[in-house]
Design a protein around this ligand. Structure first.
Ligand code: GLA
Length: 523
């Protein structure tokens, strides 16, 4: 429809004061309407997306339709004279204080409880940019075995020690220390870069490192030059979980094949794939999880590069029953471990019932090691290491390899204990007996031997014992031939006499034995 000169004049007459009004408002910064979608971005840090609604001077965040409340819980506060103040009800109790620079950008300092303040910007984004729509998942089918990880993977991962506050140089120094400390000789091979390396995507949609990780290809080459292998981290969701710096980092959602190709092209040997924000896209059912992991499992296989595939979705939907079908080599069976006795104890001893699900190439992962991080005693760390090895768990050290005490080294690099973990014929560990807080765990080993762990989960030293004839040797009753036993932490033989073995086990400690037939494969 053509407008008459009259109409045009009337529009101008009406628009002029409006224009003046909004320019005035901009200058004052007070009338800016923040209603819409925003990204809180931190340089070389994460991103936190939110939907804001403004009424007068009141500003609140809302959960976008069909999406859960964000990581800060619901935010509420004010915009007054160009100054934004928002406080979150979520567990990290984040408070955002900002100054409006223009209607699409606010300079912000975010303070979470117990953390250093973080400077970043709130930038206006589209709904799709903040909360992408769901893409279809593939039909479920079995991804062929990649043939890797015939014994539980061993290595180091950045998360337990550094969270996302680390950089390329930290990783290189850790590779150096892996070799210099003897860890690589003890079997530790993979250096895994966990959350914190991405900035986003380039114009072609390629995932890219941030200022702390400017050249992921060069980093891989460096780690390889040390005779080690290198791992990388991503998520089936749009973003990873959330480190200490702002929010989550770029995930592989909608770019699975592209990212798998990038990781392969850069020379990575291992991918940890962490559910995180995938929970905002997909449902909670086992099928949804399986589909999302299968998608990346297929993408990794398609690259032709051997890459260990590490699933991390905290055990949802009994992942141990189907993780291998997605091409997974290991799968987290639990929520995150913390460097505390109660956390390690709860997680570790809960694994025994599912120990039957491990097989070469496919491992239950009760999370990474905390040994050497300082939150537990040496006895507790020996329990941690003994238990993880009895479980055939992946051994991913999570401490600073540059600064290990002799005690830490003696725990992480005990060859006899590691040999249990790396047994080529992994039989499940089982409970032989349990009395109060005392447990005896037993695991058959290759070479007609047994590992026996006497664990004291209680607060006082305890006498713990077992009958020698509870060990069912395939060559018949032990009485026909002599047994030999070795205390793997004392590095000393144990006398085999009488019907039972009894030891005084310190609080939260362990006695770990290897028992075999005398004249069989010795020590
Ligand atoms: C989750 C995982 C951790 C670690 C963090 C990174 O919590 O379980 O192992 O990767 O994400 O945010």
């Amino acid at each position: 429809m053509r407008t008459s000169p009259f109409h045009r004049r009337r529009w101008r007459a009406a628009a002029a004061p409006l224009l003046l009004l909004s320019l005035g408002a901009l200058a004052a910064g007070a009338q800016t309407d923040l209603t819409g979608y925003w990204a809180f971005r931190v340089k070389d840090g994460g991103v936190n997306y939110m939907q804001l609604q403004q009424t007068g001077e009141t500003v609140v965040s809302v959960a976008p339709a069909g999406r859960p409340v964000g990581r800060d819980g619901l935010l509420s506060g004010t915009l007054h004279e160009g100054k934004l103040h928002l406080a979150g009800a979520g567990p990290r109790q984040a408070v955002y204080d900002g100054v409006v620079e223009n209607p699409n950008r606010i300079a912000v300092t975010m303070q979470a409880t117990g953390r250093d303040p973080i400077k970043g910007t709130l930038e206006r984004v589209t709904r799709e940019g903040a909360f992408p729509a769901r893409l279809p998942l593939p039909e479920l089918r079995d991804v062929p075995d990649n043939g890797l990880a015939r014994t539980p993977p061993m290595g180091w991962n950045s998360w337990n020690k550094f969270a996302d506050v680390f950089d390329d140089a930290t990783v290189r120094r850790m590779a150096d220390a892996m070799v210099a400390s003897g860890m690589s000789n003890a079997g530790y091979t993979y250096i895994v870069v966990d959350e914190g390396w991405t900035s986003g995507r380039d114009a072609n949609g390629n995932i890219a490192g941030n200022g702390k990780f400017p050249d992921m290809r060069a980093l891989a080459a460096y780690v390889h030059s040390k005779g080690l292998k290198i791992g990388i981290y991503s998520s089936p969701g749009p973003q990873s979980c959330s480190g200490k710096m702002g929010g989550g980092y770029q995930g592989s959602y909608g770019h699975e094949e592209q990212d798998a190709r990038t990781f392969a092209d850069w020379g990575y040997d291992y991918l940890k794939y962490d559910w995180c924000s995938a929970g905002e896209i997909y449902g909670r059912s086992r099928e949804e999880h399986q589909g999302a992991y299968q998608k990346m499992g297929e993408a990794l296989l398609k690259t032709g590069r051997p890459m260990v595939y590490s699933l991390c979705q905290y055990g949802v939907g009994d992942v141990w029953k189907w993780g291998a079908r997605t091409g997974g080599n290991l799968w987290r069976t639990t929520i995150d471990i913390a460097d505390r006795w109660d956390s390690m104890d709860r997680i570790g001893f809960a694994q025994i019932d599912i120990a039957g699900f491990v097989q070469p190439g496919h491992w239950n992962d009760p999370d990474m090691l905390e040994v050497g991080n300082g939150g537990m005693t040496a006895d507790e760390y020996r329990t941690h290491m003994s238990l993880w090895c009895l479980l055939s768990a992946p051994l991913m050290a999570g401490n600073d390899l540059r600064a290990m005490t002799e005690e830490t080294k003696s725990i992480l690099m005990n060859p006899d204990v590691i040999a249990i973990d790396q047994d080529r014929d992994p039989k499940p560990v089982a409970r032989m007996s349990q009395q109060g807080k005392s447990e005896v765990l037993v695991r058959p080993l290759g070479g007609n031997a047994f590992a026996v762990g006497l664990f004291n989960r209680g607060d006082r030293p305890a006498e713990i014992g077992f009958r020698w004839d509870a060990l069912k040797f395939s060559t018949g009753l032990y009485g026909f031939r002599r047994l030999q036993a070795q205390d793997l932490w004392k590095h000393a033989p144990v006398e085999v006499s009488g019907d039972t073995y009894t030891a005084t086990v310190p609080s939260h400690g362990v006695v770990l034995l290897r028992v075999s037939m005398a004249g069989g494969r010795g020590f």
